[in-house]
Write a protein that binds this ligand. Structure first.
Ligand code: PLP
Length: 393
């Protein structure tokens, strides 16, 4: 097969919901991918923060294939080992009490929303079901997580959306005060709004949200689907914000490239759901969880996360000197790059794809989220291609 054969079949048979770049990835190693014609690409996207250890990391492949040879799935009616070990590991690393596993970020957020609503109902009655989220946030593509997403552009086409969400501007304390009443059961935030344009929310505001939750006896939910598992240079982004939410949702990088979602709950939130109240056929799948354990093993090794921060600093330093770059945003290896008014980030990304660099966009910015273990050599190769594309466009 050639790349063109794949593009044609995609057009013919796959539902047209994605605006893809014209690259078909045949294989990859580390942060380097190869297409069906033998062209190679530096990967500055890691499958939107998902291939945290890059393509086909040896330890991760070994962990996944070893489990694949033992048992691939049992349903949640029986016990398996990888999910309990991954849950134990997540709790030990973070100090949280319980984990629920699903298959995606949206599913993790759905689980978190269910916990908050049941908690509110039990504590304050059936009217206590409202959840406050931030404008410009992104929480997923299901009907409920679209509703939770604080962007009007996502509240189209699929009416009726799930009720019970209120949106406030990040940083606006008064708006938050006015939005909280007895019908609110939780506040959910993304610390770095990824899809919304790689914008980190203010640290003192995040602390304020936590205080409002404590004062009002409601749950604090943090969506770390994109920021979690080392992406920002600490295991959880919450650590850098010095906050301790009741619930943290994880997905993307936790699986290292296989589908997973996780709801991490503290002592309070962890007691809310009982048997039969939540579930997911593939949740906690042993193969995926075996990969997840390897991801944690590698990112928790001494020096790994400080390396992530050092690479992020280097990337930002280099990006600032590039033609057409006006501003850098984000945290760790979650980097937003604003470009000159005259430059269209999507066009720059398309040109990069044609010349050997896979790079993302978020709103009007370029977005860089390489594998966490990308090498300096791969970073420099990618930066060279980006710099060329920015000056040629
Ligand atoms: N939450 C955040 C912060 C995200 O960035 C995303 C996806 O980009 C989601 C939730 C949804 O995750 P998924 O696509 O795995 O459902």
């Amino acid at each position: 097969m050639t790349d063109q054969d794949i593009f044609h079949k995609d057009t013919e048979y796959i539902a047209h919901t994605y605006q893809r770049f014209p690259v078909a990835v045949r294989c990859g190693h580390g942060a380097t991918a190869e297409d069906f014609e033998g062209n190679s690409y530096i990967d500055f996207g890691s499958g939107i923060g998902t291939n945290s250890l890059g393509f086909c990391n040896e330890g991760w492949v070994a962990a996944v294939t070893e489990q694949l040879r033992l048992v691939q799935h049992t349903s949640n009616l029986f016990y398996t080992m990888p999910d309990v070990l991954l849950a134990e590991r997540l709790c030990r690393e973070t100090g949280y009490a319980k984990v629920f596993f699903g298959n995606s970020g949206a599913e993790a957020n759905e689980g978190a929303i269910k916990v908050a609503r049941k908690y509110g109902r039990e504590k304050k009655g059936e009217r206590c079901n409202q959840i406050i989220t931030l404008k410009n946030s992104f929480h997923g593509r299901t009907v409920t997580t679209l509703a939770a997403t604080g962007q009007d552009s996502f509240h189209q086409h699929f009416f009726p959306f799930t009720e019970g969400f209120r949106y406030v501007e990040a940083g606006n304390r008064q708006q938050l005060q006015e939005a909280v009443d007895n019908s609110v059961c939780g506040i959910m935030v993304e610390l770095v709004q990824g899809e919304g344009g790689v914008t980190a929310i203010d640290k003192s505001y995040a602390k304020y949200v936590e205080e409002v939750c404590i004062e009002n006896g409601i749950l604090f939910l943090v969506d770390e689907v994109q920021t979690g598992i080392g992406r920002t240079g600490t295991f959880l982004c919450c650590e850098q914000y010095h906050i301790r939410p009741n619930i943290i949702t994880l997905a993307k990088g936790l699986g290292g490239g296989l589908p997973i979602g996780a709801v991490l709950m503290d002592d309070v939130a962890g007691k809310v759901l009982g048997p039969g109240q939540h579930g997911s056929t593939f949740g906690g799948n042993p193969v995926v969880c075996a990969g997840g354990i390897e991801v944690l093993d590698q990112i928790c090794r001494k020096g790994f996360l400080s390396d992530v921060s050092a690479k992020a600093d280097y990337l930002c330093e280099q990006l600032r000197t590039m033609p057409g770059v006006t501003e850098i945003s984000g945290m760790g290896l979650m980097i937003g790059v604003s470009v000159d008014e005259g430059l269209d980030a999507r066009k720059v990304a398309e040109r990069c794809a044609k010349t050997g660099l896979l790079i993302l966009t978020a709103k009007k910015k370029l977005r860089i989220m390489p594998p966490l273990n990308i090498t300096l050599d791969e970073i420099n190769k990618g930066l060279n291609i980006l710099s060329r594309c920015l000056s040629e466009i």
